[in-house]
Write a protein of this length. Structure first.
Length: 410
């Protein structure tokens, strides 16, 4: 049961049918037509939105803004002590708790696990700091977070924080001026390779079989920056790390990832006030403080957080080129060039030591995502290339020989 005096789950309207949609919740609001102006998958305008939210668009000449969007500072960070049950050290949860503890907001909109399926996200309104304990950790899938905006306003909440993934945050920012809020803080996480919770369960079954357990025994899963997936188990057995190369990815159907998640163009949540991820964190967390509100959110953590300068090592060009070659083959229906089984453990051992690390790992992942978006959209919905691919994405893929065709320019 999710409803307590700290956490509520209002009943939500049915989603309107939409092509290319991650059900962010806008189609369930009273004015479902606003999808036309809010949706990341229709005609996003990142430069205008970045300017509206941060006071300026990303500066392609400033180090790393082409990849990660506008930011004031970037940090490696860890909460000390970490929050038990959090996905990493719990920075996202702690920021939200501090906002509620200090009455800086009336409510936080975020996701809790479904009581019947801990991997399924359920949108919730949290009004007391202790309610955030129910929300920590990652669920796989997407759920209509923004459908909570109307019930939250109806309950009289005018100062809100939202924790969301990029496709939710884009729509939130597009509608922000119409919401009548006094205050809005946006805590964003990066997001990539998401799929529906149903499909994720299929992957979980395959992984569980590989490590000889039941899927129900896997309580935690994360793709780490050291090229391993970490698994934790409900029965208390020791956590296990599997090299990416040994995952059962080739056994997944070609449409395992929906077209939305293969073609979205904002990996790092560029419209959040603060992005809380792990990609550039080398085993810790990775923060991008993007504007003055992001600084306020950092200040709320005080000395509960240890911060360090980000570092960078290795070279991304080779791995991204290899990824492009495999993406082209897969999109063309050809089997992936598979590494011989005897080589996998060796390469799995080498990658964390010689592959791109720290910020170079994050840049590599952002470039891979950009490459993937172009290859899949061009193949499956070419008419959308012109409106859906923003100019900075073309800059990201240029070194790999991908260029806009005549009718693909924004
Ligand atoms: C599908 C998905 C893919 C991700 N991929 C990456 C990635 O490639 N690189 C990277 O750096 N980071 C990624 N993240 C973010 C990362 O997993 C952590 O959430 C982030 O680092 C914050 O860690 P934390 O310990 O501070 O979070 P916590 O304190 O544990 O808080 C996590 C917050 O995220 C919310 N949340 C959980 N699941 C969902 C969901 N499905 N949709 C929306 N909100 C949710 C929770 O409600 C909670 O408020 C991804 C997150 C998701 C949901
Ligand atoms: S993702 Fe959101 S804005 Fe886009 S079509 Fe779906 S409900 Fe509408
Ligand atoms: S991968 Fe992209 S489209 Fe899919 S849920 Fe994440 S942000 Fe949304």
């Amino acid at each position: 049961m999710l409803n307590t005096n700290a956490v509520t789950t209002p009943p939500l309207a049915i989603a309107a049918p939409r092509d290319l949609c991650t059900d962010c919740g806008v189609s369930r609001t009273a004015d479902a037509k606003r999808c036309g102006q809010a949706c990341q998958f229709i005609k996003p305008d990142y430069a205008a939105m970045e300017t509206r939210v941060h006071g300026r668009a990303r500066d392609l000449l400033r180090p790393d803004e082409m990849h990660f969007g506008p930011f004031r500072r970037m940090l490696r960070a860890s909460l000390a002590p970490p929050i038990a049950g959090a996905q990493w050290t719990g920075i996202a949860t702690r920021i939200a708790e501090r906002l509620l503890e200090t009455n800086a907001v009336d409510a936080v909109l975020t996701m809790a696990p479904d009581p019947d399926d801990a991997w399924r996200p359920v949108p919730v309104i949290v009004t007391k700091a202790e309610g955030m304990a129910q929300c920590r950790g990652m669920r796989m899938g997407y759920a209509p977070l923004l459908a909570l905006l109307e019930p939250a306003r109806a309950a009289g909440y005018k100062k809100l924080a939202v924790i969301g993934i990029p496709c939710q945050v884009y729509a939130l920012r597009a509608l922000e001026a119409q919401l009548g809020l006094e205050k809005l803080y946006v805590i964003g996480t990066p997001c990539s390779d998401n799929t529906t919770t149903e499909r994720f369960h299929h992957f979980l079954e395959l992984v569980a079989a590989q490590v000889r357990t039941d899927a129900a025994n896997i309580s935690y899963l994360e793709f780490r920056a050291d090229y391993h997936v970490e698994l934790r188990f409900a029965d208390g057995r020791k956590a296990q790390a599997i090299p990416f190369l040994q995952l059962p990815i080739s056994q997944l159907p070609p449409d395992f990832f929906p077209l939305t998640c293969r073609t979205c163009v904002d990996y790092t949540n560029v419209l959040a006030d603060i992005t809380v991820g792990y990609m550039g964190g080398e085993g810790g967390q990775w923060l991008l403080v993007r504007n003055e509100r992001g600084e306020q959110l950092m200040n709320l953590l005080g000395n509960e957080v240890n911060t360090f300068e980000p570092r960078s090592a290795g070279k991304r060009r080779g791995p991204v080129k290899g990824f492009l070659a495999n993406t082209l083959r897969a999109a063309g229906g050809l089997p992936l060039r598979r590494m011989p089984d005897w080589l996998r453990p060796i390469v799995g051992w080498l990658m964390p030591r010689v592959g791109p690390r720290g910020l170079e790992f994050a840049r590599a992942r952002v470039e891979m995502k950009a490459v993937e978006s172009i290859v899949h959209l061009r193949r499956e919905q070419p008419a959308r290339m012109k409106s859906m691919v923003p100019p900075h994405v073309w800059h990201l893929v240029e070194p790999y020989g991908l260029k806009p065709e005549e009718d693909e320019h924004a």
